[in-house]
Design a binder for this molecule. Structure first.
Ligand code: PFF
Length: 454
């Protein structure tokens, strides 16, 4: 086994104490994976791309591509003991790979600039649901639009950046790990309460049927690509997050087992989110495939018609906010770790700098959905959608491809770091060399509009 400890002295900010405990690491990685992707995006794309059949496809993508790439990212991080740029460089001794790794530091920074805006919406909705203001009028579409047109999204976005920065500034074991150890199990408990409520709604079972009884005729080629893209997004892959978390993992931790736990955890939260959103939507006659507005415009209608609706609605949005925050923390950690390494800054200083820069960059996004910048579009999209489009559909598949090629063809000691048996190692390498790159290129070409489907 190689001795990688020389990589540990990457700046005074990264003392040797920066390590996860074993359960802390798993919960933190689950915290990163479980986010707006599971509870806000997954139900809406499942509604749109084929219901239960799409869900099955998503599980297949998670198993055959998501888990192997997750293992690859964690191995790169622990093997290189650095940020994505320095880890790629150390493990290959090639500047080109270091530069390629750097791309996956820029992506989470950009993603956080708009992810924090949506996370801010969820906190706002939690507050107005608990206080009943949300239910004063029954036009929830109008409610959402007038909120988005105000300056309030900026205020909430700054609150989110502040909270995220506060956790990241406290460091790995004192901040990020502690935060996730409390919130991730708490989130599960609250979601289960909400799921029981949803499943006992009259008419809710039609939603369960839609979500769990597959009808394969509803699938299209596009469904496959969307499922694969979502497996990446949902497991926080292609954004340097898992590489960055991998560096804080102890040598004795099994990365294969950790990958299984994170993949399983992510799936369970998606399953529960589906078992909340679909029964609720069907019980109240709401179209589940209507798009990103589903959670903010339609679910309040459902909550308003339920006994104790403002409480259950508030609970739901708090959960969404918590899930978003644990993911936002993992997004911020990537550029913060890079700044600490590169400029030898303390964690606190690096966090203040990065969170402030990201917060400032996010303000125009916060004002672009019907706000004062709502009239300006880039490539026909409001700024927030544009940044999301470029990051999720172009940069993310690119970083995913870099990871698969690096582990499949460049880094010869990947197998030692991953610690797999020779049987599983051979399967893993096959996926890294042939299956994952081909599929990622397909997603990329599709997202870039080079290939299209009707
Ligand atoms: N996996 C998160 C979600 O499903 O919402 C999104 C995400 C978080 C992506 C952190 C990437 C990341 F680094």
């Amino acid at each position: 086994m190689q001795n990688h400890t020389s990589g540990d002295n990457s700046g005074k900010g990264h003392s040797k104490a920066e390590r996860f405990s074993s359960t802390g690491f798993i919960l933190t990685a689950i915290g990163s994976a479980v986010g707006l992707g599971n509870m806000w995006k997954f139900p809406y794309i499942t509604g749109k791309y084929g219901g239960a059949a799409f869900f099955l496809l998503f599980i297949v993508c998670l198993l055959i591509v998501g888990l192997p790439v997750l293992l690859a990212e964690l191995s790169i991080g622990r093997g290189g003991r650095g940020n994505p740029a320095s880890s790629f460089f150390r493990l290959s001794n090639s500047k080109t790979w270091g530069v390629l790794g750097f791309i996956s530091i820029v992506v989470p920074f950009l993603i956080l600039s708009f992810y924090s805006v949506i996370a801010g919406w969820t906190i706002h909705y939690a507050v107005i649901s608990f206080s009943n203001v949300l239910y004063e009028s029954s036009d929830f579409t109008e409610h959402f639009n007038s909120f988005a047109a105000s300056n309030l999204p900026v205020v909430w976005q700054i609150v989110v950046m502040f909270l995220t920065g506060w956790v990241v500034a406290k460091g790995i074991s004192g901040g990020i790990e502690k935060f996730n150890k409390i919130l991730i199990p708490g989130l599960l408990a609250l979601l289960v309460i909400l799921m029981v409520r949803a499943l006992t709604l009259p008419g809710g079972m039609a939603g369960v049927d839609f979500f769990l009884r597959p009808d394969f005729s509803k699938l299209s080629t596009e469904s496959v690509l969307v499922a694969l893209g979502h497996a990446f997004f949902s497991l926080s892959l292609g954004m340097g997050t898992m590489v960055t978390y991998g560096r804080y993992v102890e040598r004795q931790q099994s990365l294969g087992a950790a990958s299984l736990a994170v993949g399983g955890g992510d799936l369970i939260y998606a399953l529960i989110a589906g078992l909340i959103v679909f029964p609720t939507s069907f019980a109240f006659g709401i179209e589940p495939g209507q798009g990103p507005g589903l959670v903010f415009m339609a679910l309040p209608a459902a909550f308003s018609a339920m006994p104790l609706g403002s409480f259950f609605g508030g609970l739901f949005f708090i959960l969404l906010a918590i899930a978003a925050l644990t993911s936002a923390v993992s997004l911020l950690e990537v550029p913060v770790a890079f700044v600490m390494d590169t400029w030898k800054w303390t964690r606190k200083k690096a966090t203040i700098f990065t969170a402030t820069a990201c917060g400032l960059i996010g303000i125009p996004s916060a004002l672009s959905v019907g706000g004062i910048l709502g009239g300006y579009t880039i490539a026909g999209k409001p700024l927030l959608d544009f940044v999301d489009f470029v990051c999720s559909n172009i940069l993310l598949p690119m970083c995913g491809l870099i990871v698969t090629l690096f582990v499949g063809y460049v880094w010869k000691k990947a197998g030692e770091e991953a610690g797999l048996s020779s049987f599983w190692f051979r399967i893993w390498m096959f996926v890294m060399r042939y299956i994952a790159p081909v599929l990622v290129v397909l997603i990329f070409l599709y997202s870039a509009g080079v290939i299209g489907f009707k």
